[in-house]
Design a protein around this ligand. Structure first.
Ligand code: DX5
Ligand code: ZN
Length: 220
């Protein structure tokens, strides 16, 4: 069994002390930086954009995992590659020509991910699963940190695990939204490989310990 990964979401970081929070993640047992880009159109919130990601890339010493919650993401694929993204995930619901988008992400040398909203069935991935590196299952409705975890996520993870086995491929299953020590183990047992955690990490008193404990739980 390969190691389960922890991806702190900088959406919950202290933007007045962003470099400090990036260094915290650098020195922690976390595996990835999770970067949430929101455009105020695909989701009812605007997060941060290119100049902030450029600053993050300058200091981050781990994989940069970018989650695009924007319409028509094709417009910015090259830009996100140039800004140092290692993984670029687009929403199924935001892409009319998803296959083309995935090929464009790979052509820029990044790993390609597809995110699904809570209401989107796993079976929409049947004809794209062999082309992608990662599936991000939203366990809250995208747009905000600090929301409650949707319990149906466990079923979706199991269905996705089955689809991946049926298609004889190798795809990372990432879970995003409301992840805490209360659901981490059950998510991993269902088949999750990577857990995003925003509020749970950054609102805790001892962030390094929280990451360490979450990682230990995910790998127990
Ligand atoms: C929500 C974002 C998440 C968010 C998770 O739309 O995609 O990555 O930062 O935050 P928490 O862990 O607080 O639910
Ligand atoms: Zn996210």
């Amino acid at each position: 069994m390969s190691k389960k990964l922890i991806a702190p979401s900088l959406l919950a970081a202290d933007f007045g002390n962003l470099q400090r929070d990036i260094e915290m993640v650098n020195s922690s047992e976390a595996d990835w930086f999770h970067i949430d880009i929101m455009d105020g159109v695909f989701v009812p919130n605007i997060s941060y954009g290119m100049p902030v990601l450029k600053a993050i890339s300058k200091h981050a010493k781990k994989t940069i995992d970018v989650h695009l919650m924007i319409v028509d993401p094709d417009r910015y694929i090259k830009t996100f590659a140039d800004l140092g993204s290692d993984i670029l995930t687009v929403h199924y619901e935001a892409c009319t020509h998803l296959h083309r988008t995935i090929q464009a992400i790979k052509a820029e040398g990044m790993k390609a991910g597809v995110a699904l909203n809570p209401h989107t069935n796993i079976n929409v991935l049947e004809d794209i699963i062999n082309d992608i590196d990662l599936v991000l299952i939203m366990s809250v409705n995208p747009g905000f940190g600090g929301q409650s975890f949707i319990e149906n996520t466990y079923n979706k993870v199991k269905q996705l695990k089955q689809l991946i086995a049926d298609k004889n491929t190798n795809v990372i299953i990432e879970i995003d939204g409301g992840v805490t020590n209360k659901n981490a183990k059950q998510l991993v047992d269902a088949g999750a490989d990577a857990l995003v955690a925003g509020s749970y990490v950054f609102k805790s008193d001892n962030q390094l310990e929280t990451i360490k404990d979450l990682k230990a739980l995910a790998n127990s």
